[in-house]
Design a protein around this ligand. Structure first.
Ligand code: SF4
Length: 453
């Protein structure tokens, strides 16, 4: 019988939060911030998708370098690497070690999509596009004619027919949250967004049945899994969102997702989110300044919606769904006052959590083009600084150090014991109201004889 081939699926180490000592110290010392870090940690989704597309006859070993070291002497016929830009330097080091042993290396993922020709200099083969459209060909070529240096996707993968990701590969590791993807893409095209560059032409969706089957599969393997829906924007197709949420209700999971703010006007979605176990939605507010939001996305959608931010945050949280506000600081109209304005907004509105990033010019984005033209990219900041918490370009109205310190000051004023206690009291009163309303509704149903018997 032929020996099984072995594929190593490797996610390189990454720094979470800024690399500078103040950021790392805050991360170590703030218990309130550690909860944020904990909630948003998960496995590399691209690799479990590659695992699901690899035919029988291969042994698969999934390695997350943030959890376990890579054994460079491990037997392997092929190595698949993925990574965001902050992981690129490490991705190249890992590739070099395996290639020195004669083990071919294939790279995909976000950075490979942003800079394929750079990545191609370090690996045997680069995948540009979605794994579902490319990996079967990679495996075929590896076993027959030899790998090509580059695989480019020509048409979008039909997500409604893709296999379930091989979640079981990540099952043996400890992950606080399990990423499940229901769709890809976002209609907003923000100038700095690297995540959606691949999907700007068209959003892709899994069917609701597929998603439910995946969540059930995850539930069979993890005790009380906390599901993180990794979609760039969970609420784009409202009818689908409603149907999906209704089907999630009986599963009894706890979950978080990411979206824009638009769903706050849809009471049915808000109720269904709460009933289906949605604990938080991460919402990309980006800024609380009209000037900064002007032109931030292709249709100026965020600029037009700024006046609704306060009402939106209140409405969503009053429905029992916490709002994690995502903010991007250091854009050209931001000044040192922007930090205080952001801190004030997130505290006055009692957001459940925040992610405050230093605006980062990722390769391939319109923002990067501007920064390169203006010669403002900091040459001493290698890819490993593209964490979104480190300043990697020269802001207009402050120094890079002031940008990092300013962003950290917003974290400090939000993630501390005193504000956490105030926030807890605020949320307790919301939950008391929700319980009261539920009891009143049930009593009204009982007295009008419309209750289910
Ligand atoms: S809203 Fe978020 S996901 Fe969508 S394009 Fe903007 S930054 Fe990217």
């Amino acid at each position: 019988m032929a020996r099984a081939r072995k594929l190593l699926l490797i996610s390189p180490q990454a720094t979470f939060f800024g690399r500078n000592p103040q950021h790392q110290r805050f991360k170590r010392e703030s218990r309130e911030f550690q909860f944020f870090d904990y909630t948003w940690t998960g496995f590399a989704t691209g690799l479990v998708i590659v695992g699901s597309l690899t035919p029988p006859g291969w042994d698969l070993h999934y390695i997350d370098e943030n959890i376990e070291p890579v054994d460079f002497d491990e037997d392997a016929d092929l190595v698949a690497l993925t990574g965001m830009t902050a992981q690129a330097d490490r991705m190249y080091e890992i590739a070099a070690q395996f290639r020195a042993r004669g083990v071919p290396v294939v790279a995909g993922g976000l950075h490979a999509n942003l800079l394929p020709f750079e990545v191609a200099r370090h690996v045997d083969s680069v995948c540009v596009g979605e794994a579902e459209a490319l990996w079967p060909q990679v495996i075929h070529d590896f076993t027959h004619d030899g790998l090509k240096p580059m695989y480019r996707q020509t048409t979008r993968a039909d997500l409604s027919v893709v296999p379930r990701p091989a979640y079981e590969l990540a099952q043996q590791r400890y992950y606080p949250s399990i990423w499940v993807e229901t769709s890809r893409g976002c209609p907003h095209s923000c100038r700095f967004c690297a995540a959606t560059i691949r999907y700007r032409d068209k959003l892709g969706y899994k069917t609701v049945d597929q998603v439910i089957r995946e969540v059930e599969y995850v539930q069979e393997r993890w005790d009380n899994p906390y599901v993180l829906f990794s979609d760039d924007n969970f609420v784009v197709d409202r009818n689908r969102t409603r149907e999906l949420l209704s089907r999630l209700v009986p599963l009894g999971i706890k979950w978080s997702g990411q979206s824009d703010v638009s769903f706050y006007k849809d009471p049915e979605i808000l109720d269904l989110m709460h009933e289906s176990g949605c604990m938080t939605m991460l919402i990309g507010f980006e800024s609380v300044s009209t000037e900064t939001l002007d032109g931030i996305d292709e249709r100026n959608w965020k600029f037009r919606n700024l006046s609704k931010y306060v009402e939106a945050a209140k409405t969503i949280q009053d429905h029992g769904v916490g709002v994690y506000g995502a903010f991007t600081l250091g854009l050209d109209t931001d000044t040192k006052d922007s930090f205080e304005a952001t801190a004030q907004f997130v505290k006055e509105n009692y957001l459940a959590g925040i992610q405050v990033s230093c605006c980062t010019p990722f390769p391939g984005t319109p923002l990067r083009d501007d920064m390169e033209r203006e010669n403002r990219i900091l040459p001493d900041k290698s890819w490993s600084y593209y964490t979104v918490f480190d300043a990697v370009y020269q802001p207009k109205h402050m120094t890079p150090e002031e940008l990092e310190e300013g962003a950290l000051s917003v974290y400090r004023s939000f993630y501390n014991r005193e504000f956490s206690l105030r926030k807890t009291r605020h949320f307790k009163s919301i939950y008391r109201n929700l319980v009261k309303k539920k009891v009143e509704r049930e009593q009204a149903l009982a007295t009008t004889g419309r209750s289910m018997v």
